[in-house]
Design a protein around this ligand. Structure first.
Ligand code: CTP
Length: 393
């Protein structure tokens, strides 16, 4: 996997820097080209010569290049598949949050056009300090991944803050680099938007779903090589590239479009907010106000429950919009609808969910895992769902 891959391995100041020699060695042995970039503090712990010997390349420690060389922090990131910062010190993470570019590594990370993985390592109190915890949330929100830190032996004793093991760092990086093609040729169906159930010629029953989460999922799946069908209720969004786009309006139309493609699907993600009720008999013309109170409603089909009941090898991911008892309700839906993963949102918060560009989810799996994500962009959450909550090829 690592053949022909270009890695920038950033080393910041911390005692765990010596363990990064092992990370560099594993990557080089696996066939990657590894360019090491060290902060000044890192060179206090270990010499650039050590990394140069392991990687066979000159280590960069300064931002400035000779006038006849390309601008290093820009050219270095042009063909890079991943930047790994291990160890990532509290200070370096804080500088990233501020967008500083005051040394070679910070400038490279700021200029990065590729995925970035941090392996934080520091003293337990520094890790647990609210400033560091806040900074970690911010970088994650921006789509940067982290691995570790673990609980274990530290320079000053025992605690949380120990850098993740070399193999775990390389594994996490591998998943991110492979991320692009992990769904190669898989057939992925994604539903999005809020369905509209006709009452009469002018009125409908609907909801406030924007479709942003479903569209982000469609883009993320296509980027990973999947053959994506996006079945979308009306939204104000432009249709993503590289997907088969199926516009629908009602729950029944959405059901028909999903069910037809279901036998050949590998993964179905029901991100749509399907209206729960529809008019028992939609009127031809416009219903008079006085008669509206007599409107008879009936439930729409539960698409996800039907998919769960017919499930063969398909992987089913549902969403769960809750304003109370998030975990208990989501767990109930996971079991009743017989699905593999449910992504639960607290829609009573107005900084995430409906209409927002951000989301914060609690993700429950059929094998009993319950994980909270930080608040992050819907794109970052979509990537996380495909990278961590779909079966590995
Ligand atoms: N869903 C569906 N068909 C419906 C209703 C919901 O396929 N008629 C799917 C949604 O796309 C979502 C999941 O089921 O993936 C849960 O939807 P949600 O609205 O949270 O829950 P409901 O099942 O409608 O239950 P409730 O409204 O009571 O929370």
């Amino acid at each position: 996997m690592w053949r022909d891959k270009n890695v920038i391995l950033g080393i910041t100041g911390g005692i765990a820097a010596y363990k990064s020699v092992g990370v560099a060695r594993r990557l080089v042995e696996a066939g990657a080209t590894v360019q090491v970039v060290m902060t000044a503090a890192a060179t206090e712990f270990i010499t650039p010569l050590t990394f140069a010997a392991v990687t066979g390349r000159r280590v960069r420690t300064t931002l400035f290049t000779a006038s006849d060389e390309p601008i290093f922090h820009i050219s270095a990131t042009d063909n890079t598949d991943i930047i790994i910062v291990a160890p990532a010190s509290a200070d370096f993470i804080a500088r990233m949050v501020a967008g500083l570019a005051d040394d070679a590594l910070a400038a490279i990370v700021l200029a990065a056009a590729c995925p970035v993985l941090l392996a934080p390592a520091m003293n337990t109190r520094m890790w647990q300090n609210q400033a560091t915890q806040d900074n970690i949330l911010v970088v994650k929100e921006r789509g940067i991944r982290t691995v570790g830190p673990a609980v274990g032996a530290l320079a000053e004793g025992f605690g949380e803050g120990r850098m993740a093991e070399e193999a775990d760092i390389v594994d996490a990086a591998e998943a991110m680099v492979k991320g692009k093609q992990t769904l190669k040729n898989k057939r992925v169906i994604i539903t999005a938007g809020g369905t509209q159930e006709k009452i009469d010629i002018v009125r409908y029953l609907g909801n406030r779903s924007s479709g942003k989460m479903g569209y982000a999922l469609a883009t993320a799946a296509a980027a990973r090589g999947a053959k994506v069908t996006l079945i979308s209720a009306p939204t104000g969004l432009s249709r993503p590239a590289d997907v088969e786009f199926v516009p629908v309006v009602s729950a029944e139309e959405m059901r028909a479009a999903v069910v037809k493609r279901y036998p050949k699907a590998d993964i179905v993600v029901m991100a749509a907010a399907v209206a729960d009720l529809r008019a028992a008999d939609a009127a031809i013309g416009k219903i008079k106000k006085a008669q509206l109170g007599m409107l008879k409603l009936e439930p729409t089909p539960d698409i996800l429950a039907e998919l769960g009941a017919k499930k063969k090898s398909q992987w089913l991911i549902g969403f769960s919009a809750e304003s109370s008892d998030l975990i208990r309700n989501a767990q109930g839906k996971l079991e009743q609808k017989k699905i593999d993963v449910i992504v639960a949102n607290d829609i009573s918060r107005n900084d995430i969910g409906l209409g927002s560009d951000f989301n914060q989810a609690t993700i429950l799996t059929a094998d009993g895992k319950v994980n909270d994500t930080p608040r992050m962009s819907k794109q970052a959450l979509a990537a996380l769902i495909f990278d961590e909550y779909t079966p590995k090829a």
